[in-house]
Design a protein around this ligand. Structure first.
Ligand code: SF4
Length: 491
C-alpha cells in the first residue's frame, strides 16, 4: 500500500458532466434547489475503480508524476474511498483551488447570496473526514498545494485546528520530492513554503502526467506576458511546451479509454509559442492540426480578446480546423472593464498590440469574431477595483450593452486583492445599489438571454439530452422566478 496518498475535495473530483465550465457552479452557495440535486447537476462524483478516480485534477496529476519520477510510492485516491487506503499512509497531499471560497467568483456569489459556497463547504468536509482525523491522531502528515493556497494566509486558525503540516505555494515540481521525503522521514516541515523564482521549474523539469486528467485538460504552457496588476500568474516566467510533450500527455488521457479529446490549457491559447503578445501563425496552426488529428474533440481553457482581434484571419483558420470535429468550442475570457482609463491603470498590456485606449473596441471586435466563428466565451468583469470610478462603471455597463448580441456569458466578479494589488482592500458591497446594481442586472439579463441555447448546445451529443437539459433549464427558470420576485428583472 502507498505511503503517500493524494486527494482533493468532492467539488474538484468531478468531470462536471464533461464540461469544465459547468464546474463554475461549485462557486455558488446552496440555493433554490436541494443540495443533492445541485451537486449532481454541477459536480457529480468522478467514476472510480476500487476507490481510484479514473481522472483527477491536472495540477494534482503533475505532482503525482513528479513524486513517481522521484521514486516515491504514491497513489491518488477518491475522498469517499480514503478509508481503504489511509491506514498505511504516512503523508496525505491535498490539492486545493479555492478552499475557503475567497476566489473572485465564489466570494461574489457568497456576498450576493450570503452563504458559504459549495467549494468551501466541501473542502471543510474533506478536512473533517473521520478517516483523516483518525489518521491524523496517529501521526499522518498533511501537505496542501495548488492554486488556492494563498487563502490559508487568511485562515491560520483553520490550519492549526485541522493539523495541516505544510502548505506549498507556487509551481512545486522542483520542491515536492524534497518536502514529501522530509514528511516520510518525520523531519520537521516548513509550515508555509513559498517556491522561489529560482525554484520555478524549467520546461525539461516539468514531468508529463502519467495518469488521466479531468476532461482531458492539458497544459500547453505556463505564464503570461501581459502583466495585469491584479493577477498572480504574471509573476511567473513564460514557457511554452513543445508539441511532442503536449501530444504525449494527450496520449496518456486517450489511452485511458475514458477521455477522447483535449482541453488545451494556457493563460492565452492564441499565443502558443509566442514570446510576446503577437500570435505565431505557424505554431498555432500546427498545434491545432496535430490535436484535431488525434482527438475526437478539443477545447481551450483561456484566450485573450486582443490576440483574436490582432489576427482575425489566423483565428478564422484555427476555427475551421477545430470545427472539423465539433460545431463550437468554449473558453474563459477576461474583459474586466469597459473603461480605457481603468484598463490603462490596472492592465496596460491587456489590449496589446493595440493601445489600452482602444480596449473597448478590441473587446467588441474580438467578441464579434468569436461569435462569427463559433467560440463561445465565458467572460469575467472585475467590479470594485481600487481605482474604479463611476465613469469607469458607466463605460463597463455600456460595453456589456454593446455585447448583447454576442453568444456568451458575462459574469461580474468582485475585486479580490491578488498579484501586485495584493495589499489593497477587498471590495465589500453589503448593499448592491446604484451603478453596481445596474451592471449586475445587465449581466444577468445578458446571461439569461443566452443560457437556454447554451444548455442545448452543451448536451447536443448526449443520449440523455432531453432529461439533463430539462433539469438545467428548470433550475434557471427557478432562479429567474426568484429574481423577479425580489424585484430584479431578468429579461
Ligand atoms: S492576461 Fe490574464 S493571465 Fe495574463 S496577466 Fe492578465 S489576467 Fe493574468
Amino acid at each position: 500500500m502507498a505511503k503517500v496518498l493524494l486527494t482533493a475535495d468532492r467539488t474538484l473530483m468531478s468531470d462536471y458532466h464533461r464540461h469544465e465550465f459547468v464546474g463554475f457552479g461549485t462557486c455558488a452557495p446552496p440555493n433554490v434547489i436541494p443540495d443533492w440535486l445541485y451537486s449532481w447537476l454541477f459536480f457529480p462524483p468522478i467514476k472510480t475503480e476500487n476507490g481510484i478516480p479514473v481522472a483527477a485534477p491536472y495540477g494534482l496529476r503533475k505532482i503525482e508524476a513528479q513524486l513517481i519520477k522521484e521514486g516515491i510510492d504514491v497513489l491518488t485516491v477518491d475522498l469517499d474511498h480514503l478509508n481503504k487506503y489511509i491506514d498505511d499512509a504516512k503523508v496525505l497531499g491535498i490539492h486545493v483551488m479555492d478552499p475557503f471560497g475567497l476566489g473572485p467568483a465564489s466570494s461574489t456569489f457568497a456576498a450576493v447570496l450570503k452563504n458559504e459556497p459549495f467549494l468551501a463547504k466541501h473542502f471543510r468536509l474533506l478536512m473533517e473526514t473521520p478517516a483523516i482525523r483518525r489518521a491524523k491522531r496517529r501521526g499522518l502528515k498533511i501537505i496542501v498545494g495548488g492554486p488556492g493556497v494563498w487563502q490559508f494566509k487568511y485562515r491560520l486558525k483553520f490550519v492549526e485546528e485541522h493539523g495541516i503540516d505544510c502548505i506549498i505555494d507556487g509551481e512545486a515540481e522542483k520542491v515536492v520530492g524534497k518536502i514529501f521525503r522530509m514528511a516520510l522521514n518525520d523531519d520537521e516541515l516548513p509550515q508555509y513554503y513559498e517556491v522561489s523564482l529560482e525554484e520555478t521549474p524549467g520546461l525539461d523539469e516539468i514531468p508529463d502526467i502519467v495518469t488521466p486528467s479531468i476532461n482531458g485538460l492539458i497544459e500547453i504552457g505556463r505564464g503570461c506576458s501581459r502583466g495585469c496588476k491584479f493577477c498572480s500568474v504574471t509573476l511567473r516566467p513564460l514557457r511554452w511546451y513543445p508539441y511532442e510533450k503536449i501530444m504525449r500527455e494527450i496520449s496518456v488521457n486517450m489511452e485511458s479509454g475514458y477521455i477522447a479529446g483535449a482541453c488545451l490549457h494556457a493563460e492565452d491559447v492564441m499565443l502558443y509559442g509566442s514570446p510576446n503578445t503577437i500570435p505565431k501563425d505557424e505554431k498555432l496552426l500546427k498545434l491545432h492540426e496535430l490535436v484535431v488529428k488525434k482527438c475526437e474533440w478539443m477545447g481551450w481553457s483561456h484566450c485573450s480578446l486582443a490576440a483574436v482581434a490582432a489576427k482575425p484571419k489566423l483565428f478564422a483558420a484555427i476555427a475551421e480546423i477545430i470545427k472539423q470535429k465539433q460545431p463550437w468550442w468554449g473558453a474563459e475570457i477576461g474583459i474586466e472593464t469597459g473603461s480605457p482609463e481603468l484598463a490603462k491603470k490596472i492592465m496596460p498590456a491587456k489590449a496589446h498590440p493595440f493601445k489600452p485606449e482602444q480596449w473597448p473596441e478590441v473587446v467588441r471586435t474580438g467578441m464579434g469574431l468569436m461569435h462569427d466563428y463559433g467560440l463561445v466565451p465565458a467572460c469575467t468583469l472585475i467590479v470594485g477595483s481600487p481605482e474604479e470610478t463611476e465613469e469607469d462603471l458607466i463605460k463597463t455597463i455600456e460595453l456589456v450593452d454593446d455585447l448583447k448580441d454576442v453568444k456568451s456569458l458575462i459574469v461580474p466578479l468582485y475585486f479580490v486583492p491578488m498579484g501586485r494589488l495584493k495589499n489593497e482592500d477587498w471590495f465589500k458591497c453589503e448593499e448592491i445599489s446604484g451603478l453596481y446594481r445596474e451592471l449586475l442586472i445587465k449581466c444577468l439579463k445578458h446571461d439569461i438571454r443566452w443560457i437556454y441555447s447554451l444548455i442545448d448546445d452543451s448536451f447536443a451529443d448526449r443520449w440523455y439530452k432531453p432529461f439533463i437539459t430539462l433539469l438545467y433549464k428548470l433550475f434557471v427558470r427557478i432562479v429567474e422566478y426568484k429574481c423577479e420576485k425580489a424585484g430584479v428583472p431578468t429579461r
